[in-house]
Ligand binder design. Structure first.
Ligand code: C2E
Ligand code: MG
Ligand code: MG
Length: 704
């Protein structure tokens, strides 16, 4: 009876974790231990008597049946098999078994199967194999350089990409540490990361350091180190993934340099400057000390560009940047602010006055002429300074303040340093609103011309009139041309005003009363930009033609400094104007530094001696001598000499004493509107302010 036969086997099988079964000749199960029944998903009742071979996976069945049949032939023999089983519920399981022909053994009487369920083990193995493959691909085949190091940071393994990056072979690296290829100064970076990784403060660190390749080339590498943690929770080894960032860094450095610097001069650009200014401000607030922004503007740089071309202009800007570098200290920031404007940020000054000293040093540095491509020129500059102290709340308006101070510097006559004061801001604001008003003044009929008589000092006759512009502001009343002309010069408004003055003067020439039968001449003042305007001769010509007045009756007043700015250009313009028949008068003579030979070249028809000679602050024999010489010079050159600003009989007598022929001034009249000229002529005739004792009729025309 089967039950008796298996008593011993049952005792063993019951407690075994192996699959234990006995099969008969036909492959039917005659005994199965609990593990076997569970493995094959058989109940105790159906288990015995079921066909074990039917449970074998179809792919394995033929092979296993063959060896089973073979086993039948060899009593006591045994076979080993690895096979797959498909359980009644459809699960696929792996079974490793030893089958023994035990028909001879009365306690068994069949084929004894002793097997192990290796499903899980096999799956694990597959998993492991794919993991290993995955690792192989991730490590060995990775394009990114990778390294494994042990707890002492000695290299366990490197991949090909790593070898390629540092130029060493795998054999040269394994067993060593990264100092082999680390740039000497950067060894500390690796040590620090190792220390932190070991201490467990960082499971992942990332750093940038330099390597020295085997061929000596230095590269910059971004390294990330990860710590592999063992089952005990402690670090086991380290994994490095690296990236050569040399080129990338070079490019970003170049880009950021380009983004932050002016390519022409290499100086900081605006955005870098603003950044540095903010930092300087923060530092000043923390540590005290003064800082300043210096805004430097080149005087008439446009002239250089126009005359010599942009190549020389650019070279000049670069040369100026070099001079600024000579003055600047290491802590200063130099910036090209735009066209011909430069900014200097000065930091850590012990007092506010230092800024002025530095600004003056910059101007001194500019004094020496520049020599470029065989051309030598002098380039002057003006500087506006704005200072901040530790209590400054805000520095964002500092450049603007420096700009206001710069405006003031130029207004005072260029080549100067002016330090910003708060009152300047107020002035700037009112200047701005005034400029707004001025732009509408012409269309609102607020502009007019007034005429001041020019007198023949020998007989008191009116020989001409200087036309002077007047602006009646609706709220402020009369605004001085000394205020609004410079304002108009800053925009194209000056051209409109200039055209207006020419038209009004030409029109007045048709109405001004004659003196002793001679029509008077009229002078019109020209500012710098008007004079250099290519349109000027056309404008003058058309104004004269429109009112049909003789060109020789018009004199255009320019100051020496205006004519001096660009000698060659000035001569050309004057040529064109004289071709029209119009004359030139040199205004404010004596205030500039005209050379005599230059004066002769300009061939002015009149010279107007500046009021400072007529009404000297402190009259002296020397000033008399100079005045006398100027007048003598004019006579020799055949130029009309007109003294400006004669206010008193004493001044009149002094000028008569030095043989000055013509004059104008409040002694006779201020400038009056055209409709008051007749009254003025009457009054001067009735009651001349001085006795022109040597009264005699003469020619009053300015023509030579
Ligand atoms: P400027 O051409 O030298 O004109 C002489 C200035 O001296 C005038 O001032 C005139 O009113 C003033 N003046 C005349 N006689 C005396 C005197 O005896 N004593 C004193 N203290 N001053 C006297 P104004 O009209 O205020 O003009 C100032 C400047 O504005 C002018 O100086 C000229 O440079 C400019 N300007 C005036 N009108 C025009 C214009 O139509 N166009 C341009 N571009 N500039 C003009
Ligand atoms: Mg004048
Ligand atoms: Mg003058």
């Amino acid at each position: 009876m089967a039950a008796e036969r298996f008593t011993a086997l049952e005792a063993v099988g019951h407690n075994s974790s192996d699959v234990i079964a006995v099969l008969n000749h036909g492959g039917f199960v005659v005994y199965g231990n609990p593990v076997a029944l569970r493995f094959f998903e058989l109940s105790a009742e159906q288990g015995v008597g079921s066909n074990a071979l039917a449970l074998i996976h179809p792919d394995d069945r033929e092979r296993v049946v063959q060896s089973f049949l073979g086993l039948m032939e060899q009593p006591g023999g045994s076979i080993r098999e690895s096979l797959r089983v498909v359980t009644p519920s459809g699960l696929e399981k792996d079974l490793d078994l030893v089958a023994t022909n035990s028909f001879d053994n009365p306690a068994i009487g069949g084929v004894l199967i002793n097997g192990q369920d290796v499903t899980q083990r096999n799956r694990d193995q597959v998993e492991l194999a794919s993991l290993a493959e995955r690792f192989r691909v991730a490590f060995a085949e990775n394009m990114a350089p990778m390294t494994f190091t042990d707890l002492e940071d000695r290299i366990i393994d490197v991949n090909d990409a790593m070898c390629e990056m540092v130029g060493y072979s795998r054999d040269e690296l394994v067993g060593r540490d990264s100092t082999t290829f680390t740039y000497a100064e950067d060894v500390g970076i690796t040590e620090e990361s190792h220390r932190r990784a070991l201490a467990g403060t960082a499971h992942q660190t990332r750093y940038v350091k330099r390597y020295r390749r085997k061929d000596g080339r230095v590269i910059t590498v971004e390294v990330s180190r990860a710590t592999a943690i063992g089952p005990d929770g402690h670090p086991q080894y380290f994994v490095f993934s690296e990236r050569d960032v040399t080129e990338e860094r070079k490019m970003t450095a170049e880009l950021s340099k380009r983004a932050l610097h002016d390519p022409l001069t290499g100086l900081a650009n605006r955005s870098l400057f603003e950044d540095r200014l903010d930092q300087a401000h923060a530092r000043a607030r923390r540590r005290g000390g003064f800082g300043a922004v210096l805004l430097i503007d080149l005087d008439d740089f446009k002239g250089v560009n126009d005359t010599y071309g942009h190549v020389i202009g650019d070279e000049l800007l670069a040369a100026i940047a070099d001079r600024l570098r000579r003055v600047a200290r290491a802590t200063d920031t130099l910036c090209r602010f735009g066209g011909d404007e430069f900014l200097v940020l000065v930091e850590e000054m012990s007092n506010a006055d230092e800024a002025r000293v530095i600004a003056e040093r910059i101007l001194e540095e500019m004094v020496a002429p520049f020599s470029l491509r065989g051309t030598t020129f002098v380039q002057r500059a003006s500087v506006g300074v704005a200072v901040f102290d530790p209590s400054a709340e805000d520095v964002s308006t500092l450049v603007q303040s420096a700009d206001i101070a710069l405006y003031e510097a130029k207004r005072q006559g260029r080549g100067r340093v002016v330090v910003f004061t708060p009152s300047m801001h107020q002035e700037a604001v009112s200047r701005f609103t005034l400029a707004q008003d001025l732009s509408r003044a012409l269309e609102r009929n607020e502009m007019s011309m007034a005429f001041q008589p020019i007198i023949d000092l020998a007989n008191g006759a009116i020989v001409g009139y200087e036309s002077l512009m007047r602006w009646r502001h609706p709220e402020r009343g009369a605004v001085s041309p000394d205020v609004f002309i410079p304002l108009a010069e800053q925009s194209n408004l000056i051209y409109d005003l200039g055209a207006f003055a020419l038209r009004a003067a030409a029109e007045a020439m048709t109405e001004l009363p004659r003196t002793d039968g001679y029509p008077p001449y009229v002078t019109v003042n020209l500012s710098a930009r008007q004079f250099h305007d290519r349109n000027l001769p056309r404008l003058v010509g058309s104004a004269l033609r429109h009112h049909d007045v003789a060109p020789h009756r018009l004199l255009l007043e320019i100051t020496e400094s205006v004519a001096l700015e660009d000698i060659a250009g000035s001569l050309e313009i004057i040529e064109e104007l004289t071709a029209l028949g119009v004359g030139i008068a040199l205004d404010d003579f004596g205030t500039g530094f005209s050379s005599l030979s230059y004066l002769v070249q300009l061939r002015p028809r009149a010279i107007k001696i500046d009021q400072s000679f007529v009404r000297p602050a402190a009259p002296s024999p020397q000033s008399d001598a100079i005045l006398e010489l100027i007048i003598l010079l004019g006579r020799k050159l055949g130029v009309m000499m007109i003294a400006e600003g004669i206010e008193t009989p004493t001044q009149f007598n002094r000028l008569r004493g030095v043989n000055c022929r013509y004059g104008q001034g409040f002694l006779w009249s201020e400038a009056v509107s055209l409709d008051k000229v007749d009254d003025l002529v009457q009054r001067l005739h009735r009651e001349p302010p001085v006795d022109h004792n040597r009264r005699r009729p003469g020619r009053h025309s300015p023509s030579r």
